[in-house]
Design a protein around this ligand. Sequence first.
Ligand code: ADP
Length: 239
Amino acid sequence: IEQTAYQNDKLAMLGKISASIAHEIRNPLTSIRGFIQLLRPHLVSLGKDEYARIILTEIDRANDIIYEFLNSSKPSAPETKIVSVSSLLKEVVLLTESEALMKGCQINLHTDKTPPAFISVDVKQIKQVILNIVKNALDAIHEHHDENENLTGMIDISARDTGKHICIYISDNGGGMDQNTLNHLFNPFFTTKESGTGLGLSVSYSIIRNHGGSIAVDSQVGSGTEFVITFPKVSVSEV
Ligand code: ADP
């Protein structure tokens, strides 16, 4: 799947727009926050301190959302470091395990089959990519039940050394994707979710391309999805 110049332009434009919107929204939020703090003693004397607390928490949440959006919409040049594939995958699985458990889903990391392989990556960015893919998988298997209404969601993560490349496989047994979704899933803003941003995979695509790698997907409605990320391999003598 080729990313077109149009998509790159759209992402660059998105970065610029979101930076200026973030700036314009943050300033009024900061003054609202200040004035609420000034009003707080009055609210306390009225027995309404809870209102002040809610307003402040919500302002902080809005700030966090702006910050996250800004961060994810313009990937910077990778600051690469040589890392072991299996330890990178282990760290990401740790981050997602509690969310998976809450959804009654099992994440299987096949580290035993993962070769002692190394890749040269920006760890923060690649963790973000794998997290995006795993979170999408969790969304896709959210409603996966067997005939006894038990949740039977499963995510499998493994890696393979093909000689020149290291491939990372992330598969789920969720709802899968139809052809229209498959045609558009890497496009900025393409989402089928009610509260999705449609940014996760387009940003992931750019990050992987910036690393000289590639990302591919195979999916079937009703049976699940597999993402494959391919990285150039770092030979052991370079480690
Ligand atoms: P978002 O998650 O905000 O919708 P993404 O760019 O991460 O944005 O994903 C785009 C779309 O690709 C999703 O809305 C969903 O339709 C589809 N998708 C991605 N991963 C999966 C998956 N594992 N199973 C089914 N559909 C998926």
